[in-house]
Design a protein around this ligand. Structure first.
Ligand code: HEC
Length: 132
């Protein structure tokens, strides 16, 4: 019995890894606690502040409409992702907040550059408008 449980655990885990990396990209998942954090910001004012911050801090890599085609995109070792895709938007606001705060590889950490947490939430709200 123990063996079966262990085996199905191993198989389950492998299937999960595969599902998250269909194109061989390193999966990047926010920790559960961070991903379940609620977004305290909403409304037009939040989006317009997020838009200004995005133009200043994010557009050079992620591109004006989030397609990953910014002027610096060709220098990146990792794919910056595509913010127009449903798959990207399947993540929670908390997960996006975590990734923007912490960064990974070529993606900078923004918790020092945007010390007001609400600014990061505003950027999350703006990025949500890029869904096609
Ligand atoms: C220097 C280039 C660069 C800048 C500037 C940059 N990013 Fe990124 N970003 C990346 C790269 C590269 C990745 C992919 C990182 C990885 O997968 O390891 C990424 C990943 C992300 C992700 C996760 C994508 C996914 O598919 O889950 C989010 C969200 C994100 N960036 C938002 C932002 C926001 C918002 C800003 C501005 C505050 C920003 N980035 C600024 C390069 C950049």
């Amino acid at each position: 019995m123990k063996k079966i449980v262990l085996l199905s655990g191993v198989i389950g885990f492998s299937v999960m890894c595969f599902a998250f990396m269909p194109d061989g990209k390193k999966a990047w998942d926010a920790p559960v606690a961070a991903a379940s954090k609620a977004n305290p910001q909403k409304g037009a004012e939040s989006i317009s502040n997020g838009k200004a911050l995005y133009a200043k801090h994010c557009q050079s890599c992620h591109g004006k409409t989030g397609l990953g085609d910014g002027t610096k995109a060709s220098e990146l070792k990792t794919e910056p992702g595509d913010f127009s895709k449903a798959k990207f938007h399947a993540q929670s606001d908390g997960a996006l907040f975590y990734k923007i705060s912490e960064g990974r590889d070529d993606m900078p950490s923004f918790k020092k550059k945007m010390p007001e947490a609400n600014d990061i939430w505003d950027v999350v709200n703006f990025v949500r408008t890029m869904k096609k």
